[in-house]
Design a protein around this ligand. Structure first.
Ligand SMILES: Nc1ncnc2c1ncn2[C@@H]1O[C@H](COP(=O)(O)OP(=O)(O)OP(=O)(O)O)[C@@H](O)[C@H]1O
Ligand SMILES: Nc1nc2c(ncn2[C@@H]2O[C@H](COP(=O)(O)O)[C@@H](O)[C@H]2O)c(=O)[nH]1
Length: 272
């Protein structure tokens, strides 16, 4: 859609700056910054823009641009009309620490015909053994990811464990508008952003093992390097601090029991 757009996402990305740091440097409150970052504001105080420009630093014309109509409005997957609901679509998000078993659970559900879609995110991380282009991600280089930020193609994106991950906005908007349910693993920040934008259309499910010390062993078993595991372990405390904001908690100690709990949630939420 044509209109005035903020380039805060890209500018922060280029400067390696996160929201808390920009709050500190600019004095602009967190919610306003998120709204500007996500182009979710219709009006804004010029003083706020000045403070952001000072803090980044950048010029006003770097921060605010007019974008004519154009851009790619198409979803990145083909939706199956047989899965269409007679209500708006819902997004089921699975979050939790690395090694909790989010992908394992999703892969188990892919074996059952639930009538939900799995939308691959875009990522800059290296492909793992067994992964392919489009499953579970669209693997892109940093320049392509950055170009997508420029074109405002992401609903949200995060830097996690040193790599970038982003959800394709038009695809999720299309799913909700046209009655398609989606199951996707997203980090805790992304999950809470989805809740902010799509409210009741989003169901948040947090997965973890009862004993968090099991995580490192699982990642070793997956073939992650020691260095990679250390990076991932550092994020557990942060992820756990967001847990209370989720609708459901699943303890994945036994995969099949956890899968059944997830199925019970989907049933309760009207998917099955
Ligand atoms: N209940 C379980 N018991 C033992 N091992 C498990 C269990 N669930 C998953 N695993 C194993 O743990 C490893 C990590 O699982 P998985 O890749 O699904 O985690 P994840 O939550 O998706 O992690 P990430 O956030 O890093 O993508 C895999 O090797 C998987 O087979
Ligand atoms: N905020 C987002 N988080 C995402 C997205 N896609 C995946 N993820 C999360 O990233 C980590 C790491 O995943 P891995 O497959 O590289 O181990 C994990 O927590 C995912 O849930 C996204 O589009 N946005």
């Amino acid at each position: 859609m044509a209109g005035v757009k903020f380039q805060l996402n890209r500018l922060m990305f280029e400067r390696g700056m996160n929201v808390p740091e920009l709050v500190r440097k600019s004095g602009v409150n967190r919610n306003t910054l998120y709204a500007i970052k996500n182009n979710a504001l219709n009006r804004v105080d010029l003083g706020v823009l000045e403070r952001i420009c000072d803090a980044l630093p950048c010029s006003l014309s770097d921060l605010v641009v007019y974008e004519p109509a154009g851009g790619d409005e198409r979803p990145v997957i083909r939706f199956n009309p047989a899965f269409k609901r007679d209500r708006e679509g819902r997004i089921f998000i699975i979050s939790g620490p690395s090694g909790a078993g989010k992908n394992t659970l999703i892969n188990h559900l892919k074996e059952i015909n639930l009538g939900v879609h799995y939308i691959p995110s875009f990522t800059t991380r290296e492909m793992r053994e067994g992964e392919t282009q489009g499953n579970p991600y669209h693997f892109v280089d940093l320049a392509s990811f950055k170009a997508m930020i420029d074109r405002h193609e992401f609903l949200e994106y995060e830097q996690i464990h040193g790599n970038y991950y982003g959800t394709h906005a038009k695809t999720y908007e299309y799913a909700i508008r046209h009655g398609y349910d989606v199951l996707k693993d997203i980090d805790v920040n992304g999950a809470l952003n989805f809740r902010k934008w799509f409210r009741d259309h989003v169901v948040l499910i947090y997965v973890r093992p009862t004993d968090l010390s099991a995580l490192a062993g699982r990642l070793t078993g997956r073939g992650d390097s020691l260095e990679e595991i250390q990076v991932r372990m550092k994020r557990i405390e942060f992820e756990e601090s967001k847990r209370d904001q989720f609708d459901y908690l699943i303890y994945n100690d036994d995969v099949l029991a956890a899968r059944d709990e997830l199925l019970a949630i989907l049933r309760r939420e009207g998917v099955l």
